[in-house]
Design a protein around this ligand. Sequence first.
Ligand code: PLP
Length: 341
Amino acid sequence: MDKIDFRSDTVTKPTAGMLDAMMSAKVGDDVFGEDETVNALEEKLAALFNMEAALFCPSGTMSNQIAIKCFTQPMDEVICDQTAHVYRYEGGGIAYNSMASVRLLNGERGILTPEMIEPEINAENIHYPNSSLVVLENTVNKGGGKCYTLSQIEPIHNLCAIKGIKLHLDGARIFNALVATGDKAKDYGKYFDGISVCLSKGLGAPVGSVLLSSKATIKKATRIRKVLGGGMRQAGFLAAAGIYALDNNVNRLAEDYKHAKALGDALSKTNYVNSVMPVETNIVLFDVSPGLKADNVVKALEAKGILCNSTSNQTIRLVTHLDISSTMVDKAIDILTHLHL
Ligand SMILES: *Cc1c(COP(=O)(O)O)cnc(C)c1O
């Protein structure tokens, strides 16, 4: 039997409907700005989030790195949580691409507050790097899919506005946050200078991320994307998957949360699990009992048909997504409940 794959919400494969949409896409050379499907995706997302303009990029990493490059100068400093994807999982890109330093904060499961950020903003002084950008992540990957609400974001925006600092959102899983909190996408635009949105996570597209910002920033971002080698030609075949995902795969994210909660509940009742982080969206993070090693538990689960990853010596992550059905979740719960270590 096929293994049940909880390693990441990036493992989804395009459905027949998505493939049909891709194959019938109208395309052109997007480096010339002539791919009407790419243009339609960019316009759709910009309008949805109430931002002026958008840029289709090959990956979330590229969207984030372009945004950071747009919003900083060499010798500046980026403020973010110590678990932030832009810092931990983008290969040192902030240093390499933007020549900026990073100030790391200890958020609560990755969630920052204005009170945490304000003291870390440097005063104007030649000794200090210039604090020019704050990056938030929603949902927080390493925080077990924890969400910011807009009411938490507003005071951070206000602080950044007063201090003349740009605010970027790593929204790799922003739709997960919107479905969980009930906040509206159109209310996001006014709080952020840049937002990156992933289409290849829980939304089920094979490739793609979109950077949203002002017209002037997107003009600059288009140049940086070209320099990074991200100028794509008939990319409308990929953008069509993104449009299909936005039209079909957003509301169903709630199902992923039901699945994740059920898995979390089952895990919390087992004797090999020490604690399960409260499940808010589609990520389940749990610590194995003292004396056990996460890697060994992962191997034992794989032998029983469940794929997942350890994220530290003690911690394991399960992620639910479009290709995980209720039947698979029931089966997985049976395996998790009866696992003997
Ligand atoms: C996955 C992810 C990204 C982007 O990753 P890519 O693999 O480059 O598309 C960015 N931020 C977060 C929080 C992510 O989980």
